[in-house]
Design a protein around this ligand. Structure first.
Ligand code: HEC
Length: 152
């Protein structure tokens, strides 16, 4: 009797193992078909390659410090943006962004809104980010309105 129960338990164990294996293989198969299907859309790794080293560094800081207000697409719609008046501008607006020089963007990020007669709710980052890091984050902010660089 004991042996029978053991046998059934083992049987259940193995059958669940093989089921598990099967579904894994199925999942792997699905994955590979998905990759094949989406050959026209680059995978995320390929997209990251389209950013320069500076832009990728900038993306790191942007995601950490700026995204809450400026949004993941730079549209000024981060989850904290709705508390802000005025709201941050849309970084994807080409005309608006082209009118802003790199110097102006660097100055705004370093000194914050208060330093450049803009809203004081734009914090100053000169104390937290190094000069290079500010250049990187501005390089990344520029990708939102660029045709050639995928900001993802
Ligand atoms: C607490 C919210 C908040 C955070 C965090 C924040 N910003 Fe801002 N930012 C603003 C607001 C609000 C403005 C709009 C100021 C205005 O138009 O008067 C702004 C404006 C700017 C501008 C100027 C754009 C223009 O219209 O001239 C730049 C560039 C900018 N932010 C970059 C950044 C970067 C880079 C970071 C991260 C390092 C960051 N911001 C973090 C709220 C924020």
């Amino acid at each position: 009797m004991k042996a029978n129960i053991l046998f059934i338990a083992l049987l259940l164990f193995f059958s669940s193992c093989s089921k598990h294996d099967g579904s894994d293989k199925q999942a792997a198969k699905n994955d590979s078909t998905n990759v094949a299907d989406s050959s026209s859309t680059p995978t995320s790794i390929e997209v990251i390659k389209t950013l320069t080293y500076e832009q990728r560094e900038g993306k790191f800081f942007y995601t950490k410090y700026c995204l809450v207000c400026h949004g993941s697409e730079g549209k000024g719609d981060g989850f904290n943006a709705f508390n802000l008046n005025p709201r941050p501008k849309d970084f994807t607006e080409k005309q608006y962004m082209q009118a802003l020089t790199d110097e102006k963007l660097i100055e705004t990020v370093s000194q914050g809104g208060r330093g450049v007669n803009k809203s004081p709710s734009m914090p100053s980052w000169g104390g937290r980010l190094s000069k290079d890091e500010i250049l990187y984050v501005v390089a990344y902010v520029r990708t939102f309105a660029a045709d050639t660089t995928n900001h993802k």
